[in-house]
Ligand binder design. Structure first.
Ligand code: FAD
Length: 292
């Protein structure tokens, strides 16, 4: 199939883009096209206007601050995967990106597209949840910030109105030495995950958990932080019994059900992956460059 007819626009600045967002009806924004392309071809979406973001240079950047990592919405997933700033400020993002599609899709796909498309199993929204990201959205009514915890309103529905564009993402980075891990289960390399777990762990001088962050993808309609589990694991030595007790929070979640996995199976996988992620993050936290 081919897309239904549309008028093509390629603004060169956010200012011009906002002008188009204000004046055009029934429009869609084009980023890397790795999700929107098929949706247009299947006529799943039939916009009258396609606004191309690919020629707006101010939307693509990576900038590491003292305790934040600032990323432009049009930054390619592959550029993030290969970025030294990302590797040192947010290594879990690099590990997660290895599981996003394929190199070919990552060459075009963007972080803004991934967050705006908001597939429940998308890895980058999970990483943004892990790092308490703040998202900047612009439109004819001005600019606003949205906390990642509030971004996903429901299944594939971000807090983004039709005349707004996601322009930037600010991740809170962990200044203290910490271990990280992003593990998932997908049918094949490059498939969307049936479940995935991202985890950050900082240890104190006695090897106990000083700070823990855990985010799940693919289990509920939007990425979810296991805040109860994080609290229960803090102060412990992160042994198997503490992890098993913490995993109980997963059983309370309203899990997705589809042709790939039942809700019960998804939750079971997530519990197993939680243990693997915590163990991998602890092992990394114990390596010399991370010791207190
Ligand atoms: P587009 O496809 O251009 O747009 C996606 C949606 O977001 C559209 O509705 C568009 O209007 C909107 N949008 C885009 N940018 C903005 C913005 N800045 N502001 C507001 N709205 C915006 N993703 C994963 O996370 N994990 C995977 O394992 C995975 N596997 C894949 C395998 C294949 C074979 C393919 C083709 C894709 C896969 N993807 C996967 C999806 C891929 O990561 C896409 O890049 C991503 O979902 C969308 O990013 P994009 O830049 O291509 O956005």
């Amino acid at each position: 199939m081919k897309p239904a007819p549309f008028k093509y626009h390629d603004p060169r600045s956010v200012k011009d883009l906002v002008g188009l967002l204000a004046s055009l009806e029934n429009k869609k924004l084009l980023a890397g096209g790795q999700s929107l392309g098929p949706m247009l071809n299947f006529r799943y979406v039939m916009p009258d206007h396609l606004i191309d973001l690919n020629r707006i240079p101010e939307l693509a950047y990576v900038c590491a601050g003292a305790d934040t990592l600032e990323i432009g919405a049009m930054t390619r997933q592959r550029a993030l995967e290969r970025s030294e700033e990302v590797r040192s400020a947010c290594p879990v993002m690099v590990e997660a990106l290895h599981s996003v599609g394929h190199i070919a899709t990552r060459n075009r796909g963007t972080i803004g597209g991934s967050l705006s498309h908001l597939d429940p199993a998308a890895e980058l929204p999970g990483v943004c949840a892990l790092h308490d990201a703040t998202l900047t959205v612009s439109g004819p009514r001005g600019t606003r910030q949205v906390a990642m915890a509030d971004w996903g309103m429901s299944f594939m529905t971000p807090d983004l109105s039709a005349d707004e564009v996601l322009t930037g993402i600010s991740l809170k980075t962990w200044r203290e030495p910490h271990g990280h891990a992003f593990v998932e289960l997908a049918r094949r390399q490059g498939d969307f995950a049936m479940a995935g777990v991202g985890c950050l762990v900082a240890l104190d001088a006695n090897g106990k958990a000083r700070r823990v962050a855990i985010a799940l993808i693919g289990v509920t309609s939007t990425p979810v932080r296991l805040s109860t589990a994080e609290k229960s694991l803090t102060g412990t030595d992160l042994a198997d019994d503490a992890i098993r007790a913490a995993a109980a929070e997963i059983d309370e979640l309203e899990a997705l059900e589809d042709a790939h996995a039942s809700a019960a199976y998804r939750k079971r996988i997530a519990g197993v992956l939680l243990g693997r992620a915590i163990k991998r993050a602890v092992a990394r936290a114990r390596t010399p460059e991370h010791r207190q």
